[in-house]
Design a protein around this ligand. Structure first.
Ligand SMILES: *Cc1c(COP(=O)(O)O)cnc(C)c1O
Length: 308
């Protein structure tokens, strides 16, 4: 969350700016621009990848321009559940409309598109090391990525109270967003495990889930040229009723689950009209199954018995 806020600060996003975010994501994606006084504009998602829909983005940009109240400033595509967003289309749209691109790779770390790693898309990328993410520390942590030296300089200053030469020389207003040394030490060890076998293990686990569930629920769609880091393995039921029945069976059998997400436009903090029918539909039918590189075949069989 701090990484998203810092990136938007470096991009000088503030009051009067429209920032385009998917309606179907964790709250922080829209909280960050709102925190800085900007207005999040909620974009619908693709029914197969659950990532931001480029067609809906085009439509939202046109609407904001026609209304003439806000300045379209930036777009925050999210690499939802570990799958990079459609940067092929979104980068072109952003370029055509002069929008900055901030990749929310909180769930995307380890993913890949066309041979490029997640966290390398857009002008700046942000990731999270919260324990539930692909690479987790033992508390809160995150990172920023950019190839732009000007942004890099600004971010290094902003994350330590707007420091100049050192922390007692302050050239701007920033935040206290250093990564704790203890968390960094844990991440050094866990990054090795992530790169050397965990990322491979989750590919095998996702494949096995998909095989077991074939024909019962809609399983994740990974488009050609993409690799997911499987932050979540989410399935979609035909109806809300079937999803609720599966939740009840999982509870009875001691299988943990999560359902994602109440669309941001429907959250009390934002509550606004948004033309996002796919996001609203998915939120009723989606279910996240247990996912970790350390799941055994027995674990997975047990989970799938609740679904079938
Ligand atoms: C988890 C998450 C965040 C926030 O990360 P924190 O480290 O918890 O602040 C932001 N965006 C998305 C898409 C997330 O899943």
């Amino acid at each position: 969350t701090d990484a998203l806020v810092l990136a938007l600060m470096a991009m000088s996003v503030g009051a009067g700016d429209a920032v385009f975010v998917p309606d179907y994501t964790f709250f922080a994606t829209a909280e960050a621009p709102a925190f800085l006084g900007a207005t999040p504009v909620f974009v619908d998602i693709d029914p197969d990848t659950y990532n931001m829909s480029p067609a809906s983005l085009e439509k939202c940009i046109s609407q904001v321009k026609a209304a003439g109240k806000l300045q379209p400033k930036a777009v925050i595509p999210v690499d939802l559940f570990g799958l990079p967003a459609d940067y092929r289309a979104i980068s072109a749209i952003a370029k055509a409309h002069g929008l900055l691109v901030l990749e929310d790779a909180a769930q995307g770390f380890g993913g890949n598109m066309d041979g490029k790693r997640a966290c390398s898309f857009g002008d700046i990328a942000a990731t999270s090391f919260f324990p539930a993410k692909p690479l987790g520390c033992y508390g809160d942590g995150g990172a920023l990525f950019t190839n732009d030296d000007t942004y890099a300089g600004k971010l290094r200053s902003l994350r330590v109270h707007g420091k100049g030469k050192d922390v007692y020389d302050n050239i701007g207003i920033g935040t206290n967003s250093r990564l704790d040394t203890l968390q960094a030490a844990i991440l050094c060890v866990k990054l090795d495990a992530f790169a050397s076998y965990e990322l491979d293990a989750v590919q095998r686990i996702a494949e096995r889930y998909t095989g077991l569930l074939n024909g019962t629920v809609k399983t994740p769609v990974i488009p050609e040229g993409y690799l997911s880091s499987w932050a979540q393995y989410c399935v979609v039921f035909d109806t809300n009723e079937k999803r609720e029945q599966a939740k009840a069976r999982m509870e009875q059998n001691g299988v943990p689950y999560r359902w994602y997400y109440l669309p941001l436009s429907m959250q009390k903090a934002f509550l606004t009209e948004a033309d996002t029918p796919v996001a609203k539909d998915m939120s009723k039918r989606m279910l996240a199954l247990p996912m970790s590189p350390y799941l055994t075949n027995e674990d997975m069989d047990h989970v799938c018995e609740c679904i079938v």
